[in-house]
Write a new protein. Structure first.
Length: 655
């Protein structure tokens, strides 16, 4: 790993405006550096002071960090709090009439809920859960569309000390079954269906099928929110309508005070073995990370209208929809639909109509929107925007420039955030009023996050070399364990060769300014003729071509080179009309990559498709691409794909 080569050369630098710096929560590099120095000087004291200042504690903690059972770290353990109290009750006195959630439905209908109303509805649903016998420590699976009710479900669980596990509404019944059984959930909260792109899509049948697969004996209640009004099968033994279970419930529910280390939620993420890992997060440390990153990275102001487009089924929807914004007293947008319905201007129209100030979305969505109408943002009034963000994967520089110039109109800093399900909140990201930003880099670690780069032996490597991205010291918002599998937790995140550091699983390098550049997953680093190349960099080179909208790179075995580079490419226009045209274009693109990076990075194969295989949240399923590249039969579950038909198209090889 120590000789991973960075082949992406990006020299453009964008400084925040003087006006933005003046109003920023962290203003200027000296302010950032002072915080970094404070953390270096007294690490545990630094985090403890922030925890005392930021969180409302029912019982103050006396000890910051407990390392006695490393790597099962504990933060603020003897302190007691309630996350829902911090998000809702704390806002009643000053923000009770302030809008908390603005829900825009697929069809454009808008519902607004203020903090007082949200508090009352969470309390009612919390009491409803208690009426079904759900108590502190019980696991509750939430399988819901993006909705106010999804947030209420999560907050109600937190209020009574139940541990929620949200499952993305696009997952199949098999995936849902795996999560219900692994968590040994006692209740599933779901909906009859959801609306997406003008169509009603069922949800409850997947729950029924999951429960029929066996091993779900602990489930005694299935609470069903009526969203679409479609017919659903009904099991009177455990099914109950949401509106029936909340009827006559009090809108007062005293919060359950729990230890800072009480599990707030389990969120399943894919592992290298294919078996999902139940990432377990604490209450106190997790909340602290979500709140501080809202303040530092999103430069949150009480006047902001915040919109994170992520689904609550992912960690981004936990930290920057369900918890972080509410804990800060923010007004935020929740969107049920898709960015292309009724047309590709939907996001831009919503920003215009709701006067969104902070917009946080995925590079995949940005690239898709460029393909569907790169000039569309200019047709809307986006003057309310003051900050843009990206999440989920590194953003290629050309998409960054489009986002900056066309959406942000050259005046909004972009916070390119690196973090993971396992870290709970941002780890490396620009503090937008403190530091210059460069397209394609997540810049510097947040103050108190001791990130660096190791080689395979666990030794720190010099700035110009790539290697394993690690975090040297434990931090409050990090994963506590893998649910039910502590050995897998240790092996996955704290392998012996990393000498106690948290192994992120990403490769990275640093530039002359110390900025971190994420090069892709460790297993997405290609070894081509002895040269190790990050896939993200080849993708960025391809997308820099004016004809290319999106690209994904995978490797496949090559008897001479070790690995061959296979490119899956989506064009801004139509696919080539015939084999000859495809071959000609493929050769042009190969030469383009050779010019951008060097001959070693030229793709051996290029395959054109109308799209890439993506989940309905927009995540590219690279495992499927690797299987296609190798000519393997696809045996994996593809039910979460937005576009399963694309797989056949991508099997056509252009050499």
């Amino acid at each position: 790993m120590s000789n991973i080569q960075s082949v992406l050369h990006e020299n453009r630098v964008f400084n925040p405006s003087d006006e933005f710096v003046r109003q920023a929560n962290v203003s200027g590099m000296p302010a950032y550096q002072a915080m970094v120095d404070a953390a270096q000087k007294d690490y545990v004291g630094y985090w403890s002071n922030l925890a005392r200042e930021t969180i409302a504690w029912q019982k103050p903690f006396t000890k910051g960090l407990d390392e006695t059972n490393a790597p099962f770290y504990k933060w603020f353990e003897d302190g007691e709090l309630n996350v829902s109290y911090n998000c809702l009750d704390r806002n009643l006195a000053n923000n009770g009439d302030k809008t908390a959630l603005v829900f825009e439905a697929d069809n454009g209908d808008i519902t607004r809920v203020n903090y007082r109303e949200l508090h009352a509805r969470v309390c009612q649903f919390a009491n409803a859960l208690k009426s079904r016998g759900i108590k502190k420590g019980d696991r509750v699976v939430i399988y819901m569309p993006m909705s106010i009710e999804a947030v209420i479900s999560m907050q109600a669980c937190a209020r009574i000390g139940a541990i929620h596990s949200v499952v993305f509404g696009g997952f199949s019944s098999k995936s849902l079954h795996e999560r219900i059984t692994d968590a040994q959930a006692v209740t599933v909260i779901t909906s009859d269906g959801q609306f997406r792109g003008g169509k009603a899509m069922p949800l409850k049948p997947a729950v029924d099928e999951a429960l029929s697969l066996g091993g779900c004996d602990a489930v005694h209640s299935v609470i069903v929110y009526r969203r679409t009004g479609g017919d659903v099968a009904w099991n009177a033994q455990h099914d109950i309508w949401w509106h029936d279970v909340v009827a006559n419930q009090s809108d007062v529910c005293e919060p359950e005070w729990v230890s800072a280390e009480h599990p707030l939620f389990i969120l399943y993420t894919s592992g290298s073995t294919g078996k999902p890992k139940g990432v377990q997060h604490s209450s106190g440390g997790y909340l602290l990370g979500a709140m501080l990153s809202m303040k530092w990275v999103f430069d949150y102001k009480p006047s902001d209208i915040f919109w994170c487009t992520a689904d609550v089924g992912w960690i981004t929807g936990h930290s920057y929809v369900a918890y972080g914004p509410l804990a800060m007293g923010a007004t935020q947008i929740i969107f049920e639909g898709v960015p292309t319905y009724p047309d590709a201007g939907r996001f831009w129209k919503m920003i215009q109509d709701h006067k969104v100030t902070t917009f946080y979305t995925a590079p995949t969505a940005i690239r898709s929107l460029i393909k569907l109408g790169g000039d569309l943002p200019s047709q809307y009034d986006l003057s309310s925007l003051r900050l843009l963000g990206t999440v989920g994967e590194p953003i290629n520089p050309e998409a960054w420039i489009w986002y900056y110039n066309t959406v942000g109109q050259g005046r909004c800093p972009i916070v390119d955030t690196w973090w993971q399900t396992e870290t709970g909140s941002h780890m490396i990201a620009p503090l937008p009023g403190a530091m210059p930003i460069k397209p394609g880099t997540c810049t510097l670690p947040l103050p108190g996050i001791m990130a660096t780069i190791y080689n395979e032996a666990g030794d720190e490597v010099n700035d110009k070399h790539g290697g394993f991205l690690v975090i040297k010291k434990p931090f409050p918002s990090q994963i506590r364990t893998i649910w039910g599998d502590p050995e897998r937790y240790k092996k996955s995140y704290f392998p012996e060769e990393m000498k106690g550091a948290y192994l992120a699983g990403d490769s990275a390098h640093r530039d002359d300014d110390g900025y971190f550049w994420i090069m892709g997953r460790i297993d997405d680093v290609l070894n081509v003729s002895g040269h190790r190349l990050g896939t993200m960099e080849i993708e960025s080179a391809l997308v820099a071509n004016p004809l290319v909208a999106e690209a994904a790179i995978v490797g496949k075995p090559h008897e001479i080179k070790g690995e061959a580079v296979v490119a899956f490419v989506v064009l801004k226009g139509a696919r080539p009309a015939d084999a000859a045209a495809a071959k000609k274009l493929a050769e042009e693109l190969r030469n383009w990559v050779g010019k951008e990076i060097g001959p070693i990075a030229k793709p051996d194969e290029i395959r054109f498709g109308d799209n890439l295989p993506k989940t309905r949240s927009g995540k590219i399923m690279r495992r499927l691409l690797r299987a296609i590249a190798k000519g393997e039969e696809i045996t994996q579950d593809v039910s979460t794909l937005e576009n399963p038909a694309i797989l056949e198209q991508l099997k056509e090889v252009i050499k």
